[in-house]
Ligand binder design. Structure first.
Ligand code: GTP
Ligand code: MG
Length: 270
């Protein structure tokens, strides 16, 4: 950038550098998806094609940013876990969140057109996503973060499955369905689904019950991920990014609450 007498305006700019040596998680969330989903007539409670657009977008974003080790999502949200010591955008918060939200929004619109060729997006209602970045100081808190999101997915899905069955098959009004579910616990909803609609909640698709997990499956090549980036030169970082880019990304719909998931994939938090 050429020097000019106007250069001083840069002194007003502010950066927030995310704490080093902590795990960064960036969560994107669809803006106004309650209205968006009804405008584009999503299936209730889950639209498999809309979820496909979310999943394709998350996978594409993960492919393009090799620092992402894992992603977890359901409904209109996705959480991306970055490699612990990564120095992506020098850990500048605003660069990170704007890159993730704009990247995800762009992929979403691209894949929407492929998955829904007969539902063109209207300029009045385009899908966009906001993002936040949070740093977590320990492995156990990162695990609890993802557990929190999966429990949330489960609670919402059980509620939505009960609610929409009462409305669509049970012919209750939304208000009546809401009243009927008020104060119920999980076992009540399981029983209601079984007794009134012959649905065994356990048999519902795993993607709906557990959400979607993408992992960069480092597996046998564990030594690929260094313990620290502190002493890595720029060239070494680029080489590492190149290697990580080639690692297969696997899609799972499994339990991430039990310790077993994390024990099997120690590299995710390395
Ligand atoms: P903000 O995130 O605050 O902008 O609000 P929001 O309207 O996006 O709501 P929120 O993120 O809390 O929740 C997402 C909403 O998206 C759900 O409440 C549903 O209304 C809708 N949604 C997401 N996935 C599906 C789906 O597969 N089917 C249907 N029918 N609705 C969905
Ligand atoms: Mg939303």
């Amino acid at each position: 950038m050429a020097n000019s007498r106007f250069e001083y305006v840069r002194t007003f700019e502010r950066e927030n550098i995310l704490l080093p040596q902590t795990h960064i998680i960036i969560r994107i969330d669809g803006r106004g998806f309650h209205k968006f989903s009804s405008a584009y007539e999503f299936q209730k409670p889950n639209d498999p094609n809309a979820l496909k657009v979310m999943n394709l977008s998350a996978q594409a974003l993960m492919k393009s940013i090799p620092e992402v080790m894992m992603a977890y999502g359901d409904s209109d949200e996705y959480s991306f876990l970055l490699r612990k010591n990564c120095d992506l955008f020098e850990r500048r918060e605003f660069k990170l969140i704007t890159a993730f939200s704009s990247g995800f929004s762009a992929y979403y619109q691209y894949y929407w057109n492929i998955v829904f060729p007969n539902k063109p997006l209207s300029v009045e209602r385009l899908p966009t996503f906001d993002a936040r970045a949070v740093v977590y100081p320990s492995d156990s808190i990162v695990k609890d973060y993802f557990r929190w999101r999966q429990v949330d997915c489960h609670i919402n899905n059980l509620y939505n499955t009960s609610f929409w069955n009462l409305v669509i098959k049970g012919h209750l009004s939304p208000q009546e369905a809401e009243n009927k579910l008020m104060g119920t616990v999980s076992s009540d909803k399981n029983e209601l689904l079984f007794k009134e609609f012959g649905i065994n909640y356990n048999d519902e698709p795993e993607m709906y019950k557990k959400g979607t997990v993408f992992i960069r499956d480092v597996g046998d090549t564990l030594d690929l991920v260094p313990n620290s980036d502190v002493n890595l030169s720029k060239r070494q970082v680029e080489r590492l990014r190149g290697k990580l880019r080639k690692v297969t990304i696997n899609e799972l719909h499994c339990d991430i609450i039990k310790e077993e998931f994390w024990n099997k994939r120690a590299w995710l938090l390395k």
